[in-house]
Design a protein around this ligand. Structure first.
Ligand code: ADP
Length: 491
């Protein structure tokens, strides 16, 4: 029995031991699970913290972004507003009055460099009293080299970043009475450059890199607008100067023209009165020579007859010349009325050829006319236009050697008919071509010493053509020939 009890106790003890062991194992397992859980909780906590941090950063970035977008919007409005401003003062006035505070800066100053005075002068003031801005101006000019270096380097100084060789942040805080700031160069290509300063006293709204970017854009915009304004002023000023010059020149020219008019009138009056005075004695001389030649006052010996014939011929030439002179001055002063009528060009050309046929034959010169159908009718004064043809074809005949050619060509352009009188004559030197239509001008050459003339024919022709609202010009080559061209209105 005792043996059985002992065995039972042993069995119970062993069972309890086993139970204890399994429980201990269970507890160990639970502990392990608790550890794993603890670790995961810790990780979750870390992640939650990270999420919160990221969320905060995201919020901050969003804020920055919002600030940037609103800043860019303000800059866009400002840019539109000042880009149409063409006065330097107005540009800064607009920026200072309307936009800088909106961008979040309660203090601002801008300075431009005056190269003549070698100093900075203020052109914008926001948030400073006159005394304060004067004090800052003096200090800026004391350190002008530092500011000039900053401008030339094109760098921006701010409470975020300050170039090594620039003034210290603390000095700027003290001078400009701010807690954060940006100083940005204004770079203009035309004229003076400068810088803009913006700042804030509020420690909450300290300046960021985003603000720095905005002010850099603003400074560039100011630079470009200044360039435009200065270019405009330069152009406007040179236009004013030009206008003054043009006015002065016009006055001078009008005066000179009046003088020329007066002189020309005096000359015409003189020529006309001298011609008139000459005509009467010339007619008498010619009359007496004719009476003597006709033998009405007795028989005239041959020797005297010869001389009388010379007197007669020279008198004719003089009368001719005096008449030309009188006509020129009459046409010039508008005293001759042109009787405009519809004329047939071919008929005039044939008539001239007929008139000069003897001389053409003598010199064995061929004559032709080429007048197309659409050039047949011109609007002109018959007798005056016939004089033009007689003079031009007469000259061609005079200055063309034997066996040469003379032709009259015509062509039409709109309502204008151009007529060319072409010869294969001696030609006219280039320097003489410009003066050929002047009164009494004759080319100085051996031919002209032989060929008689007054140098008035072409002047008369020019006056007649101009009285018909036409133009006349010459093209010529020595030893090849000349072409006299003129225009008339078609009918
Ligand atoms: P004139 O014939 O009486 O000298 P014009 O005024 O008719 O006066 O001509 C002026 C000058 O122009 C002439 O002296 C001559 O030298 C030159 N000239 C005019 N027509 C011709 C021509 N067809 N060929 C060469 N020279 C010409």
């Amino acid at each position: 029995m005792l043996h059985f009890i002992f065995l039972s106790i042993c069995f119970i003890v062993a069972s309890l031991g086993l139970l204890l062991l399994s429980k201990t194992q269970q507890i160990k397992d639970r502990d392990k699970q608790v550890d794993v859980l603890k670790n995961s909780l810790e990780e979750m906590d870390e992640q939650a913290k990270l999420i919160m941090r990221t969320d905060m950063e995201l919020n901050k970035t969003q804020e920055e972004l919002d600030k940037k977008v609103s800043g860019l919007n303000i800059l866009q409005r400002l840019s539109r507003d000042i880009s149409t401003t063409l006065e330097e003062k107005q540009i800064f006035k607009k920026i200072g009055n309307e936009y800088l505070e909106e961008l979040g800066f309660e203090k601002s100053l801008a300075f431009l460099w005056n190269d003549l005075k070698r100093e900075f002068h203020p052109c914008l003031n926001l948030g400073y009293s006159n005394d304060e801005s004067e004090k800052i101006k003096i200090a800026v000019n004391t350190d002008k080299n530092c500011y000039l270096d900053l401008i030339h380097s094109g760098k921006t100084a701010s409470s975020v970043f300050i170039p090594n060789d620039f003034i210290t942040k603390d000095k700027i805080y003290q001078l400009f009475l701010v807690r954060s700031f940006i100083i940005c160069p204004i770079l203009a290509q035309e004229g003076d450059q400068g810088f803009i300063f913006v700042g804030t006293q509020n420690i909450e709204t300290c300046i960021t890199e985003g603000d720095q970017e905005l002010i850099t854009i603003l400074a560039n915009q100011i630079g470009q607008t200044l360039d435009n304004a200065r270019l405009f002023e330069k152009t406007w000023r040179s236009q004013q100067e030009l206008e003054i010059k043009v006015e002065e020149r016009t006055r001078q020219l009008t005066h000179a023209l009046e003088e020329v008019g007066k002189i020309s009138k005096r000359k015409s009056d003189f020529i006309s009165s001298v011609s008139h005075e000459l005509r009467t004695p010339l007619t008498s001389i010619k009359g007496y020579a004719s009476i003597l030649l006709a033998g009405k006052l007795g028989v005239v010996p041959d020797e005297i007859k010869n001389r009388l014939e010379k007197i007669n011929r020279h008198s004719d030439e003089l009368v001719h010349m005096v008449n030309d002179l009188l006509d020129i001055s009459r046409i010039e002063s508008g005293k001759v009325n042109m009787h405009m009528e519809s004329l047939e060009l071919k008929y005039i050309a044939d008539k001239i050829a007929d008139l000069l046929s003897e001389q053409l034959k003598t010199k064995n010169i061929s004559f032709s006319s080429n007048i197309p159908d659409d050039c047949q009718r011109i609007l002109a004064d018959r007798s005056q236009i016939e004089r033009v043809f007689i003079n031009l074809v007469g000259n061609a005949l005079k200055f063309t050697p034997e066996k040469g050619k003379i032709s009259i060509n015509a062509h039409r352009s709109g309502r204008i008919i151009q007529i060319d009188v072409i010869d294969t004559g001696f030609g006219i030197p280039e320097d003489a071509q410009e003066r050929i239509f002047e009164e009494f001008f004759r080319v100085e050459n051996a031919i002209n010493q032989e060929v008689k003339g007054t140098g008035l024919g072409l002047t008369l022709v020019k006056h007649i053509i101009e009285a018909h609202q036409g133009r006349i010009w010459v093209k010529s080559r020595i030893n090849e020939g000349s072409t006299f061209s003129f225009t008339l209105n078609s009918d």
